[in-house]
Design a protein around this ligand. Structure first.
Ligand code: FE
Ligand code: FE
Ligand code: ZN
Length: 276
């Protein structure tokens, strides 16, 4: 089973991989820079080399880099959109040092321009980034499914499909269990139906990562407040079905629950113990 959690990147790549191993994880997620934006730390090449060796020896990966929350490709002014484009370009360049990584981002918020306009802005940005990259990135870029709070784009599978179609790029999707539940997809009572819908609209071959979070809120609340596994409205039984579902069990699971390391260690053991 591929399972891990979000980790602090403050100690570098090797430290994250060692922390992952210490809590029973074999994948992990991290922010490429401060989640509220700003410059990324310079990359320590020796750390990257040590990480790659350690990851290979310990079967770690794929690693999942998460873009800062402030990145909004669908913003209504050029300053916000230029920041998004510069940041993603820089992140993807840095990720060339760790080939085979994945890069997840929140598609954006259209801030009143309407989701069609948002989808257009996001798609155009992705096309410019890939066109200007000089080669095919070795990183798979993932669109995250969103809960639909505020003016979020990506609040349903159709909006993600539209971005994929408009770009024509080999984008993947990161499915966040809290977000889609909050978005109105009933993974508690009809996981099969939700996955069939995902397959029909997006395609399960594009599903690259699962953000494994319980939710503080009820189905369709459009809130996005993560809860510990089994402590929220999704509940333990649904997660047991989730990690055992034939269409999901081989995908990597990344926890983003409100836990410290000890809590993550327990949740990883819990989910591993559930897999048949
Ligand atoms: Fe996210
Ligand atoms: Fe998430
Ligand atoms: Zn969230």
């Amino acid at each position: 089973m591929k399972i891990g959690c979000h980790l602090s990147s403050s100690g570098g790549y090797l430290a994250m991989a060692q922390t992952a191993v210490s809590i029973g994880a074999n994948v992990f997620q991290f922010f490429t820079r401060n989640p509220r934006g700003g410059a990324a730390k310079p990359i320590d090449k020796a750390d990257v080399a040590a990480f790659l060796e350690y990851a290979e020896a310990n079967g770690i990966g794929p690693i999942l880099a998460h873009a800062p929350y402030t990145l909004n490709a669908a913003g209504d002014n050029t300053r916000v959109r230029d920041f998004a484009e510069m940041t993603m370009t820089d992140d993807l360049m840095r990720l060339e040092l760790t080939p085979g990584a994945m890069y997840n981002f929140h598609p954006g918020s259209h801030v009143g321009q309407g989701s069609e306009k948002g989808i257009e802005l996001i798609s155009d940005m992705l096309k410019r980034i890939f066109d200007g990259f000089g080669k095919t990135p070795s990183t798979t870029v993932l669109l995250e499914t969103m809960s639909g709070k505020g003016s979020e784009v990506g609040r349903n599978f159709e909006e993600l499909r539209e971005i994929i179609d408009r770009t024509g790029l080999p984008l993947g999707v990161c499915l966040d269990t809290c977000h889609i539940w909050d978005g109105g997809y009933d993974i508690v009572n009809d996981l099969d139906g939700v996955l069939e819908e995902f397959d029909r609209v997006v395609g399960l071959d594009r599903l690259m990562a699962i953000h494994t979070n319980d939710s503080m809120n009820v189905l369709g609340a459009h809130k996005d407040r993560h809860e510990k596994i089994g402590k929220g409205k999704i509940g333990l039984a649904a997660f047991e079905r989730l990690v055992n579902h034939p269409k999901l069990k081989d995908k990597p699971f990344y926890l983003e629950t409100p836990c410290d390391l000890q809590g993550y260690k327990q949740e990883i053991a819990l989910l591993k113990g559930m897999q048949r």
